[in-house]
Every structure is written in C-alpha cells, then in structure tokens.
Ligand binder design. Structure first.
Ligand SMILES: [Zn+2]
Length: 496
C-alpha cells in the first residue's frame, strides 16, 4: 500500500486492525458461546407479539427486523453495563483517576492494550480497568464504553445469524449495522443507545462533526460515511486525514482480499448489495423525515424500539358503560397502574384490561415511558410535541342511572416548568369543564357532578424546558415494581 504520510500510515493500521477484529467473530465456538447467552426463545416470542400488533404492508417489517430491536433492548437493559469510572469493589465508591498504565500479561492476552488506573483513597487500593478488545472476554466482563458495547453487540448479531458490521466513527464512537433483507439495505443499530435505523442521530441529535465512518464485516470494508450525514459538502471539507482516492483503493483492496474466498454466488450477492448501497449514498438522507429521533414520523421499527408505540396504532374511542352487575350495585369503580400497565375494573369482579390505551376515549401525542435505568414508568407526551392530551369517557345514559358522588385519584408529576391540567366535564366533552391545575387530584370527593349521566376526564400535558420538556409533565409516575394505582375513578350512582 502506497502511504504518503504518517497520517495515512495510522489510518491504514486502523483499517487493518478493525478488519481483523471482526474476523474473530467467525469462530464457531465463540458464536455458539455467544448464542447460548441470548434468551433467543424469549426474544422471539416478544418480537412475534410486537409484530402482530403492527400493521405490516407486504415485507415492510419482518420478524427478523423486530427481533433485532428485541436483541438491542435485551443487550442494553439486561446484558451489558455502561462503565464510566469503575466503582471500588470494596466500598462501592467512585475512585480517583490515576491515568493510563500498560497492560499486564493476563490482560494483554484478551486484547487490552490500554488499562485505565484508578485509586480508592478510602480502601487504599488500586483499581485497574483494562479496555478489553477480545469479544470472548467481553461476554464475561459485560461492561465498558461504546467500543466494548459495539464489539460485543456485533458479535451477538453474528451469533443470531445476521450479516453484521462493526461501524467505526473516526471521531470517537462505534456502533453496529445489520443487513435487513426486507429493506434490502443496512440498518444502523447502536446498542449503547438502544437505537435502530436512525443514522442521523449523531449529526442531528448529538451535533457531532462527521468525517470518516467506516464499516467492517467478514466480507468487506466500506466507507459508509454518507449514510450518517446530510451535509456532504461540510463532511468532504473535513476529510483531511488521507487522500480520497487512496482511501478508496485501500478499502477496495481489503474488500477484494476478504471476498476472494467467498463462493461466486456470495460474491454476486455482495456486489448487488454494494451497488444498492452506493445508490443510497448518492443523495443525502432527508432530515425532515424524523429519521434521527423518535419524533412524529420516525420509522415504526424505531418507535417500537423506544417503547413508544405500544397500541398507539389503534385509534381509541373507548367509552365506559355500565354492565348489569354495576347497574344492580349502582356502583362503578376502575383503577389503573402504570407499573403493571393495566386497568382493574373493581366493580366488575375486578376484571383486568391490559394496556393504558385500551380504555382511552381519545389521546394525542401520549405514550407510556419506561425508564429502565431508573426503574420508573409514567405516561408522557411524545418527544418534541408541545402538548399531549388524553381523556377517558364514562357514559351511563343507557343505564337510567345518574352520578351521585364521585371519588377520584388522578396523580401527576411535574418538573421545572412542566404543567399538567386536569379537566372534568359533566356529561360529555362538549360541556363546560371544571379545571384543576394541580399535580394531584388525590383524592377528590365531590357531589358537583350529581345528576349527570356521564363524565369525561381529560389531562393536558404542556410546557417544560429544553429538549426534555416532554419529560417535565408526567402522569401516573411510579416505580416499575409499585403495586399502587395512581389513576382511580369510583362513582356512586342512583336513579335520577
Ligand atoms: Zn474503596
């Protein structure tokens, strides 16, 4: 390889070392060891369930696509741990940073070149954090930063039989790409972020200056920069580590040598993919398609990945009516737990109804947020939306009964400037509401709705500050293992 300067030497070494790394995934024992750690059956069941909930046009989304989302979510929430500073194992405190030291032999055999050194003054002990590069070792340590995450996750994808690439951003991030046969293209997958198919996340979301992004698989080395930027000109101006033609030659020759052992059929398939991929790179990705965050038109797959969809797909106009038992008892009682994500209709032999959206009369830009890191769940408005609205409707007209007294528990939580307003409408949503601008309507006993043949309860979530404004107004916030019911409506009824 013709190397013009120091910078190209370094570039080439990096290309070769990453290309070598991904070859190690192909060891059959390693792949078997990895797949044995994945709860494949459980992930498959979850994926099938989710797939059955969404409307799929032709091969738009396949089980294979949804399974990747499940793998991402399992990997992030259950399997791998993010470590900024390793805690002291004796006292659990964060130690002081002492710098980088060379690896000792037992670390070096697992591919650790750099070892970060820390010191716990309380226990007077040194803590070593070897940055392992060997994916076999990472299956045991299950921790690290994005380098370790992407390395291990890409191996997991291979273990499940996906064509996968390790994607290296020359600035400082690493992630994965998985080939989707339903889409005939490579899909971006970031295990640290539990993000799938949002390639503009870094440029648009994180405001990262993109320069070189190179993908490595057992079959190829590819310059995939153009999938991750919409600013081709700016990126080209930033690319000054090597000559463009030189890079192209490096990549072609590495790829050629990798594919030389592949069957003619496989070679044809890879060539076809390459042609499609290059065609994709001809035009910058559209920024306004919501393809860099979970906003409005993000791909369905992405929204599922973020747990934002649930039954979002089903237009909701559910109305509570009284059944025979409730008419006889002149009593109606329903409660909802966000932790369990289910309603219990106490007045109907405590029957259960799953999913918040199942009993909703109307809603707009609302979803159930699960914060796995904090073990907290709540309903919130969608990211980027200025206002979320949700309502429940109770219509007792057919029963011949009217409301006597009403007992409500409506809990909400606000942060910063976030606002939640509760509206109570007697009869229908066309009537004049009573407005409660308070966090918690807990409990509210009232006879104000006496004589009314129905009720609409509605909440409006607005304001908050900055990018996370949507998180500043929340309904029914509770610990994921809580057994409480932060939404409760109990109505005593009688003849008018
Ligand atoms: Zn300590």
């Amino acid at each position: 390889m013709d190397l013009q300067n120091e910078s190209e030497v370094k570039f080439f070494q990096e290309l070769r070392s990453k290309s070598k790394l991904v070859q190690t995934y192909e060891n059959l024992n390693l792949l078997q060891y990895a797949v044995d750690l994945i709860p494949v059956e459980e992930l498959n069941i979850k994926a099938s369930l989710k797939l059955s909930l969404i409307e799929v046009e032709e091969n738009d989304v396949t089980l294979e696509d949804v399974l990747i989302l499940e793998l991402l979510s399992w990997f992030k929430n259950t399997f791998f741990k993010w470590v900024d500073i390793p805690k002291c194992e004796s006292c659990g405190q964060l130690p002081e940073k002492r710098g980088i030291v060379p690896a000792i032999e037992s670390e070096a055999v697992w591919g650790a070149i750099r070892v970060e050194c820390y010191f716990c003054p309380r226990c007077e002990r040194t803590i070593r954090f070897p940055r392992y590069n060997n994916p076999r070792k990472l299956l045991e340590t299950r921790q690290g930063r994005c380098g370790e995450w992407a390395n291990c996750f890409t191996l997991m994808c291979r273990a499940l039989g996906y064509d996968a690439r390790l994607v290296v951003d020359w600035n400082d991030h690493v992630w994965t790409e998985v080939y989707s046969f339903s889409k005939n293209r490579w899909m971006h997958c970031d295990s640290c972020e539990n993000a799938c198919d949002v390639p503009l996340l870094y440029e648009m979301g994180w405001k990262k200056p993109i320069s070189y992004i190179i993908a490595f698989s057992k079959d190829e080395v590819q310059d995939v920069t153009w999938r991750y930027t919409s600013k081709f000109r700016e990126v080209l101006n930033r690319r000054n580590l090597c000559r463009e033609l030189w890079l192209l030659n490096c990549i072609s020759s590495l790829t050629e040598s990798l594919q030389s052992k592949a069957s003619p059929e496989r070679q044809r398939e890879l060539k076809m993919r390459r042609v499609l991929e290059l065609a994709e790179f001809l035009t910058p990705p559209l920024v306004n398609q919501g393809n860099w965050s979970g906003r409005t038109s993000g791909s369905l797959a992405w929204r599922i990945a973020r747990g934002e969809t649930e039954l979002d797909i089903r237009p909701s106009t559910f109305v509570f009516n009284l059944n025979a038992l409730e008419i006889e008892q002149k009593h109606f009682h329903i409660k909802y737990s966000c932790a369990l994500n289910k309603y219990i209709r106490v007045s109907d032999k405590s029957s259960e109804i799953h999913n918040w959206v199942s009993c909703i009369f109307s809603y707009n830009d609302i979803f159930r947020k699960v914060e796995n890191d904090w073990n907290i769940v709540y309903l919130a408005r969608k990211e980027g939306s200025p206002k979320g609205v949700i309502s429940w409707k109770f219509n007792f007209e057919d029963s011949g009964l009217v409301i006597q007294t009403l007992k409500l528990n409506l809990s909400s939580t606000t942060f910063g400037e976030g606002k939640v307003k509760w509206f109570l409408y007697p009869g229908s949503e066309q009537s004049i509401p009573r407005i409660y601008e308070m966090k918690d309507v807990t409990p509210l006993y009232t006879q104000e709705f006496k004589g009314s043949s129905g009720l609409v309860i509605s909440a409006e979530l607005t304001e908050g500050i900055g990018d996370v404004a949507w998180q500043h107004s929340q309904l029914f916030r509770q610990a994921a293992d809580s057994s409480e019911f932060p939404f409760e409506v109990e109505i005593a009824l009688d003849k008018p």
